[in-house]
Design a protein around this ligand. Structure first.
Ligand code: ATP
Ligand code: BTN
Length: 334
């Protein structure tokens, strides 16, 4: 694995705030100003906005709270690894299901190959969001894995609500939305079967403080192909909502996931349909379902016990399920 310790040390210093001259950073790290300059370039390629002012040095354009592994471990009751720079937290756990205890968690500050459904890219700049995966061995097997992303979505939104963050909704099957913009995505993946049990990795990416690139910036958010939002904007829209503590939120999510997955193992989707439908971003709205060979238009009517999406068309209410289906807003159409 590549050694990123110099860049991470520089980021740690910059995250304390203020300007840091190339000279000072170089002296502390035992390298030249030119070498520091190269590392700063690498940090910018991770999606961090660092700027320099002649005679003063480098500064972050906005404050950054780094994740703290020791603090996280003290707040959760499960094996947890913080790997700041990674390809994909889901892939990391999938590659290690044979060695890991069920419930193990991997968290990152930056993903070079973060992914969404069907191999789509999940844009994962350093330090501004949460990228978190959990390995879960589901003894009930593959069939029980259906509906998991729905249950996890409900658990996350309810955890946010408990902290006073209202207005976050769900889009079938795997997204969190705020005011019709994508806030987070959930990706459930499986690795080879151990007997009848399923080895699942449940990953989530939640935008926390991500800001859009400047027009002249070759940054990362311009790769996102749909409207998106960060949790900081959601909090700003609410009265008296304190700023987000990334470590606190990560720990809350891990603990929420644990209890939800235990619950799901015992009770399946029972009780979840109503909870999901309450949070449905598209309930009673015009949508279309995009499938490999066709599109169907109708009114969204929530989900059923199997985790299928319900669509009302001229034929009545029909259910649809399967990983190849995408739901889209259709209100702009006639
Ligand atoms: P589907 O309904 O098929 O799941 P989707 O648009 O939600 O459709 P996903 O595969 O779930 O697609 O997620 C990938 C989508 O999310 C792409 O449109 C991608 O541009 C967008 N995306 C990537 N990174 C982010 C991010 N950090 N925040 C919001 N959206 C993102
Ligand atoms: C989606 O909306 O399609 C799901 C996005 C899931 C992104 C998370 S970030 C942590 C984990 N690692 C990944 O590579 N993907 C998931």
């Amino acid at each position: 694995m590549k050694d990123h310790s110099v860049k991470l040390t520089i980021l740690n210093m910059l995250s304390q705030g203020g300007f840091h001259s190339g000279q000072d950073l170089g002296e502390q790290l035992g390298m030249s100003r030119a070498a520091i300059g190269k590392h700063i370039k690498g940090i910018q390629e991770w999606g961090v906005d660092v700027y320099s002012v002649q005679g003063k040095g480098y500064q972050l354009s906005k404050p950054m709270q780094l994740l703290d592994e020791a603090l996280l471990k003290s707040k959760v009751d499960t094996p947890l690894e913080l790997i700041p720079i990674i390809d994909s937290t889901n892939q990391y756990l999938l590659d290690r299901v044979d060695q890991l205890e069920s419930g193990s968690v991997c968290i990152a500050e930056y993903q070079a190959k973060g992914r969404g459904r069907r191999g789509r890219e999940w844009v994962s700049p350093f330090g501004s969001n949460l990228y978190l995966s959990i390995y879960w061995r589901l003894d009930a097997g593959m069939a029980a894995a259906m509906g998991l992303s729905l249950v996890v979505g409900v658990a996350i939104v309810e955890a946010l609500e408990k902290q006073g963050i209202d207005g976050v909704k769900l889009k079938w099957p795997n997204d969190l939305y705020f005011q019709d913009k994508k806030l987070a995505g959930i990706l459930v993946e499986m690795s080879g079967q151990a007997g009848a049990a399923a080895n699942l990795v449940i990953g989530m990416g939640i935008n926390l403080n991500m800001v859009a690139d400047n027009q002249d910036d070759q940054g990362v958010t311009s790769n996102i192909t749909q409207p998106w939002v960060s949790l900081s904007e959601v909090c700003n829209a609410l009265p008296n909502q304190p700023p987000i503590d990334r470590n606190e939120l990560a720990a809350t999510l891990v603990n929420t996931l644990h209890s939800t997955l235990n619950d799901y193992e015992m009770r399946g989707m029972t009780g979840f349909v109503e909870r999901w439908n309450r949070l449905d971003n598209f309930l009673d709205r015009k949508v279309k379902l995009i499938m490999s060979s066709r599109e169907i238009e109708g009114i969204a009517r929530g989900i059923n016990e199997q985790g299928a999406v319900l669509l009302e068309t001229e034929q009545g209410v029909e259910s649809f399920i399967g990983g190849e289906i995408s739901l889209r807003n259709n209100e702009a159409s006639q």
